[in-house]
Design a protein around this ligand. Sequence first.
Ligand SMILES: C[S@@+](CC[C@H](N)C(=O)[O-])C[C@H]1O[C@@H](n2cnc3c(N)ncnc32)[C@H](O)[C@@H]1O
Length: 308
Amino acid sequence: MNFHHVPVLLQETLEYLKPVPGEIYVDGTLGGGGHSLEILKRIYPSGRLIGIDRDPASIQAASARLIEYSNSFLGIHGNYVDIRNILSELGIITVDGVLLDLGVSSYQLDTPNRGFSYHEDAPLDMRMDTTQDLSAYDLVNGSSQVELSRIIWEYGEERWSKRIAEFIVKNRPIKTTVQLVEVIKKAVPAAARRGGHHPARRTFQALRIAVNQELSLLEEAVRNAVEVLKPGGRLCIISFHSLEDRIVKNIFRSLKEPCTCPPDAPICICKKMPVVDIITRKPVVPKEEEISTNMRARSSKLRVCRKR
Ligand SMILES: C[S@@+](CC[C@H](N)C(=O)[O-])C[C@H]1O[C@@H](n2cnc3c(N)ncnc32)[C@H](O)[C@@H]1O
């Protein structure tokens, strides 16, 4: 299997995680194991890295790539939202660091039959976890027009969401990515397309987020990841679009300032104490050099917090 994925913001992530021999890490988005490999090199031989991915193909590819470190590495097919249960089943209570590198891998995007790409003809699938039932086909062909419009607007910020939803419903059943692209092209006026991104880009992003419940799981996942950190442990999150980054920013803030007392209250009565310190006041973005060699990095943002 040719699992090609260049890890994004790798040096920056390592600088914040600062892995040293003997430490325990969780890579909640193992992918091709690019970040994990560099963490393993630094914690080996006495440290441990648990790599979680919801895509069985990632576990297989990363386990082969990291074979040299198999005494320290364990790959688990699962969802990062379940990090607490996954660790407790392994008898691990707390860890030194957690990494979440959100979204899809280049491998998933570039494997035509996964149905993530609007450049390739494939069945409408878009499941990161190929054992999951719900696919893009089900959403596109089974959702109401109102629901489709909501998904495309909320998760794609697509201003033509209503018209795209209307055209999708009129043209059902839609079985392949190319059929969907054609319907979207009919729905989005030619004048609105000139010079911009591909007209299907936002709708494909929206469907992918909905199929994989990417945003609805994120808040719970961040809170669970913070819970498993040791005092001083770091959580690094790399996001790729503003919807994800906003969620991460807001949860970090609410973990740093959890007090729910009215602003004019003379003393705090809710007694909710800060759980983390935010290490990156502003998100860390890739250097020009990285963007020039890896286009996928261009929209990436890294935010880091440390458990108190
Ligand atoms: C951007 S890639 C990670 C790439 C990896 N850092 C590397 O260097 O190769 C994101 C990965 O996270 C996985 N993923 C996305 N959401 C997930 C979730 N909720 N639970 C577990 N894995 C998830 C995807 O299947 C994908 O393989």
